[in-house]
Design a protein around this ligand. Structure first.
Ligand SMILES: [Mg+2]
Length: 181
């Protein structure tokens, strides 16, 4: 029986800042505005991330990163930069890290909005998804969390006003407060 609780965290826009590419940026034919860092120098952790993750652990949650990183596949980021960024991410107090590197035409089961990474984590760790939270900043995160049966928390509220979420917050510190309630 799955009895553990988890907080699933998206990466870009949740633990690190996204980058504003302006009005006329296209990746693989799709217009994008706020994106992941594409180089190591663009990678900036948000303030207080380590403390927030420590607090989640203290509340009895596993803390698991679930991130789409298609930019390696699309050619907008080098594998070297991706590796340098992830080396920093691995320094954080995370129990596990799931990365989907597929592009949108690859037909995989892991790329959010599909819930594959959450299901894989649940199986690996014995997680009760209904007692768990998906914390993200985009529609894909919300959809993946919903499909997995998690409670959905959206952060970074400038860009996600219209998204379907159980909770909306502006920082990981606020996630901590709502889970404590
Ligand atoms: Mg994101």
């Amino acid at each position: 029986m799955n009895t553990k609780r988890a907080i699933f965290l998206d990466r870009d826009g949740v633990i690190n800042d996204t980058i504003d590419r302006g009005e006329n940026c296209f990746v693989q034919g799709k217009k994008v505005r706020w994106t992941a860092p594409w180089t190591y120098s663009e990678f900036h952790l948000k303030q207080g991330v380590t403390d927030a993750l420590d607090a989640f652990h203290e509340m009895g949650y596993l803390v698991i990163l679930v991130t789409n990183q298609p930019d390696i596949t699309y050619g907008t980021m080098t594998r070297e930069d991706h590796g340098r960024i992830m080396a920093e991410v691995r320094q954080l107090p995370l129990d596990d890290i799931f990365v989907c590197e597929h592009g949108r035409d690859d037909g995989c089961e892991c790329k959010k909005p599909k819930p594959g990474m959450l299901f894989d984590a649940a199986k690996k760790w014995g997680i009760d998804l209904a007692q768990s939270f998906m914390v993200g900043d985009t529609k894909s995160d919300a959809s993946a969390g919903r499909a997995a049966g998690c409670k959905v928390v959206m952060v970074n509220d400038e860009n996600n006003n219209n998204l379907d979420a159980d909770f909306k917050v502006s920082s990981l510190q606020e996630v901590q407060e709502l889970i404590e309630d």
